[in-house]
Design a protein around this ligand. Structure first.
Ligand SMILES: Nc1ncnc2c1ncn2[C@@H]1O[C@H](COP(=O)(O)OP(=O)(O)O)[C@@H](O)[C@H]1O
Ligand SMILES: [Mg+2]
Length: 457
């Protein structure tokens, strides 16, 4: 079979694109590399590959020719996205059959290039500095960061406690990266995820025994030599493994399973747990001597609900990760609802919610209705009826004022104090919508009608 001419001619373009995908260049993107190669191949003045903003889509018809340019449609997997390949050339240049064929093939290849650029944008390669960025400037967060920085310069064993999803692993990575071991490995082991009988071999390695066919291998301790070993969910360690861990920490030496001698390791140990170790010690589930060894330096990571003021900053941070994909923002009501939520799953839950919202949002403005029901829950329950009735601010506030007034045993002084408004303002709210404040003939809603026999205060 003979290869059609356009395939061989496009070969250099394809090669350049695949090279760029395999080893992303720091200062250029795949689309730009594609454009440059197509431009050179066809001796064009300029070549541009781009997505069309949705507001222009309906007006665009391809292919379009002018005396010095041609615009071709680029096939995209997502029908909601329209893309084009635009080539500019010198006035007076004639496009021949070969040019057309090459441009059409390039436009098709362009679809793949844009698709690759999009997928890449969803999972951006994080720069090293961003890997362990601890977001939040609340007082508790500032104190936490300060403690992390101080601890990082030492070699002490660190115990990190906090609920699931609060950022314990992130704190551990930060300790590693800010310390002198940052050039060494950071090795994380989830003690809860390893089968108990294999845990010791996993941590301490196993000695080769040719007779039984057991292959020797290094444990995580040895892997973390000159670096940091992070033991996550350390409360799940079996008692036998706890004894070995204690020895490893005390002697800075480990013994492989089936081994006869100890090997020295230079490893910093950082452990984390979402169950307070002290209570486990009290219940006899955790060795007290190991607990005292681990808890020399402890770091408490606060739950998200105790630092709600960080929520907008975290949201902006998670949204920014998707910025290259689309520019999204949240309405004030949506931010408010996020601040009210309890966040039992902490930052991890918030991160998931934002990912979901980004994936499902139909417009670039995220509103209350775009949030998952469990998040907008309370917010919706409180405000939805008012929303349905198209209440004005005044109507809403006066309804609330009436409720508080009733709860205070119809005592206006007490009610105005509770509402933090003046006596006269309260009066105005209470009168809102009543016969006294409404022009005659207008229908007064039931809630706003003046109750008979309201006492004068
Ligand atoms: N302060 C923070 N700033 C930015 N991202 C955070 C923060 N805290 C947690 N995260 C993110 O939330 C997720 C859960 O954090 P992780 O450290 O795994 O929590 P834990 O180990 O406590 O369960 C991770 O994706 C992490 O990057
Ligand atoms: Mg964790």
């Amino acid at each position: 079979m003979t290869i059609p001419p356009k395939a061989t001619e496009l070969r250099h373009v394809v090669a350049a694109v695949s090279a760029a995908l395999a080893h992303p260049p720091a200062d250029d993107n795949v689309a730009a590399i594609f454009e440059r190669h197509v431009q050179q191949l066809l001796s064009m003045r300029a070549v541009r590959l781009r997505e069309i903003p949705s507001r222009y889509q309906a007006r665009l018809v391809t292919p379009t020719r002018t005396p010095e340019s041609i615009v071709l449609g680029v096939p995209m997997a997502d029908p909601a996205v329209q893309a084009v390949l635009e080539a500019k050339f010198d006035r007076g240049r004639r496009l021949d059959e070969r040019d057309f064929e090459l441009l059409t093939a390039a436009a098709q290849l362009g679809g793949l290039v844009l698709q690759a650029a999009r997928t890449r944008a969803v999972v951006p390669p994080l720069p090293a500095s961003a890997i362990s960025q601890l977001i939040g400037s609340s007082r508790v967060m500032a104190a936490l960061k300060e403690r992390v920085e101080r601890v990082a310069t030492t070699d002490f064993t660190v115990l990190i406690e906090g609920e699931s999803g609060t950022g314990k692993e992130l704190v551990a990575r930060q300790i590693h990266e800010l310390g002198r071991r940052r050039k060494g490995p950071f090795v994380a082991v989830n003690c809860a995820a390893v089968v108990e009988t294999l845990l010791e071999a996993e941590l301490f390695g196993i000695e080769e025994r040719t007779a039984t066919g057991v292959r020797g291998r290094r444990g995580k301790f040895e892997h973390a030599d000159a670096g940091t070993l992070f033991l996550d969910e350390v409360s799940d360690l079996a008692v036998s493994a706890q004894a070995k861990l204690l020895r490893a920490i005390q002697d800075l030496a480990i013994e492989r399973v089936g081994g006869t001698g100890a090997r020295r390791v230079d490893t910093r140990i950082v452990v984390a747990t979402n169950r307070p170790l002290s209570t486990l010690v009290a219940r006899g589930l955790f060795r007290p001597d190991l607990y005292y060894r681990l808890s020399g330096v402890d770091i408490q990571v606060p739950p998200l609900r105790e630092r709600r003021e960080d929520i907008p900053e975290l949201v902006a941070y998670f949204l920014a990760r998707h910025r290259s994909e689309r520019e999204l923002s949240l309405s004030d009501a949506a931010v408010d609802a996020l601040r009210l939520h309890e966040w039992p799953g902490n930052v991890r839950e918030l991160e998931r919610v934002i990912e979901r919202v980004v994936a499902l949002a139909r417009t670039n403005r995220i509103d209350l209705d775009d949030l998952p029901p469990q998040v907008r829950g309370q917010y919706g329950e409180v405000l939805a009826p008012a929303l349905a009735a198209s209440d004005s601010m005044r109507a809403w506030a006066s309804r609330y004022a009436r409720l508080v007034f009733e709860r205070c045993g119809r005592n206006k002084r007490q009610a105005s104090r509770l509402l933090n408004i003046s006596y006269h303002t309260l009066d105005a709210y209470l009168q809102y919508g009543t016969a006294r404040s409404r022009p005659a003939g207008k229908r007064v809603p039931a809630w706003a009608r003046e109750e008979p026999g309201e006492p004068a205060v």
